[in-house]
Ligand binder design. Structure first.
Ligand SMILES: C[S@@+](CC[C@H](N)C(=O)[O-])C[C@H]1O[C@@H](n2cnc3c(N)ncnc32)[C@H](O)[C@@H]1O
Length: 243
């Protein structure tokens, strides 16, 4: 989509795989949401009939390199990265309210200042972030959508990957961790079509990796993790990327 073409109304989106509300929140979690979610929410991300690219407010990152985590779950990996890399600005997005509340608790404990949240769908960010701004992106244990007829709802499909490719800088790193062999197959096929090159894969995690709740669950249930690293190519997508 070109920058000057504004859709009259947002396109319909499919439901999330999981719920966006789960167990009843603890009193402390309600406090985190009431007190911290507002200040930590990235401003300028609108999803209405008149989305405007470039209005998202990134000034708080003060020119730091920008990293993105998609579907941060309970936030352990996101906060770990924010602590490890104070020279970077991190955006995490996650629509699941219980996960957001868990993240906010961890942010309070770790006292990190270089992290902001979009409490919603990552595609909202793809619509408003300037092209080529994201230097690194993490997709940890994306929703598996195990049934064959639902594979087109996975993140590693053209609709999502085109948006990601647009906002990622040439040479930027895109990491995927998953425990689902068929997800690996689909990622190997689809991610390069969106303009990325696979640079590494295997069962050994990145040196700065922090195991997530879903990884722990996979290990308990006997499924092995697989880690893939891609780089955004300098040129546009080879296939169907919307850039
Ligand atoms: C299987 S969980 C993994 C959570 C976490 N990354 C981990 O490894 O523990 C996948 C997460 O992605 C989130 N998610 C799904 N679709 C999303 C989307 N379009 N934008 C942002 N987050 C999304 C879900 O709410 C869920 O929390």
């Amino acid at each position: 989509m070109q920058d000057d073409i504004i859709p009259a109304s947002p396109p319909e989106r499919r439901n999330f795989y999981g719920r966006i509300r789960g167990k009843t929140l603890r009193a402390s979690q309600k406090d985190y949401l009431a007190e911290d979610l507002g200040p930590l929410t990235l401003t300028g991300v609108t999803r209405d009939a008149n989305p405007t690219r470039g209005l998202v407010d990134l000034s708080l990152f003060d020119g730091k390199p920008l990293w993105l985590e998609i579907g941060f779950g309970g936030g352990e990996h996101l906060v770990h990265m924010a602590v490890l890399y104070p020279q970077v600005g991190l955006i995490g997005c996650e629509p699941f309210v219980n996960g957001i509340a868990m993240l906010l608790g961890k942010v309070r404990q770790a006292d990190v200042a270089n992290l902001r949240i979009h409490p919603g769908d990552v595609r909202d960010l793809f619509e408003v972030l300037p092209a080529g701004i994201v230097q690194k992106c993490f997709l940890n244990y994306p929703d598996p959508w195990p049934k064959g007829r639902h594979h087109r709802r996975r993140f590693v499909t053209p609709g999502y990957l085109g948006g990601l490719a647009r906002v990622m800088a040439p040479g930027a790193e895109f990491r995927i961790a998953t425990d689902i062999p068929d997800y690996v197959r689909q990622a190997r096929n689809e991610v390069p079509l969106a303009g990325f090159v696979m640079v590494a894969e295997g069962d050994k995690a990145w040196d700065d990796w922090l195991s997530t709740r879903y990884e722990q669950k996979a290990l308990r249930e006997g499924r092995g993790p697989w880690y893939m690293t891609f780089r955004r190519g300098a040129l546009g997508g080879l296939g169907h990327a919307d850039i």
